[in-house]
Each structure stands twice: as C-alpha cells, then as structure tokens.
Design a protein around this ligand. Sequence first.
Ligand SMILES: [Zn+2]
Length: 113
Amino acid sequence: MHEMSIAESLMDQIIDIAETNHMESVAEVELETGHLRQVIPEVMREAFLAVTQGTIADGAKLIINEVEPLAACRQCRREFTPQIDDFLCPQCRQADVDILKGDEIILKSVVGN
Ligand SMILES: [Zn+2]
C-alpha cells in the first residue's frame, strides 16, 4: 500500500505550509492525483486519517481530484491518453512518449484557520 508513504510525505508538506502561514489548524487539503500513480481514493483517505491523527491537520477534510493522464509521442508529437500498461502512440505505433500529466501527486491547496 503505497498510499501510506504518499500520505506521510504529504503530511510533511502540509505541516511546512501550515507553519509558514501561521495556521492554528488545517481545515481542508486538496490533492491532485495522477491516474498513472494508481492512488485509490478510499485507501488514500484512510492513510490521510492515520497520519493526521493528533497533528495540526487532525479532522481536516481531504479533497482528491483524479487527473486523466496525457502523453505526447516523441516521434510524431501526437498527444493522447495512455493506459497504465499501454503507452503506444495511436498514430505511429511507437512506445516512445513523454508523460505530460497523470504521473504525479500534487498538493493543490491547504486551507487553515
Ligand atoms: Zn506517434
């Protein structure tokens, strides 16, 4: 379950942001999770609950926005939506791509009091 290690590293960022902004508590955290990272929202929520317990973000609402992946073929520059296990360009059938979106987890916002 890699959600737990993701939640732990997010927690470090959240605490940093909360301290920098002199928040007393964190009310809401918004995440963007790339589809290729295969984060399961329910598991992510459980992991988030576990790592926030007793911290400044205890009880914070977690919003998860899943981002559709986008790849660009390096051969013909066509942009397309790849599958987890299929990165073949639909135009030239090469599997030589740049991942433009969907391969990262971004902390979009931290709302506090
Ligand atoms: Zn191509």
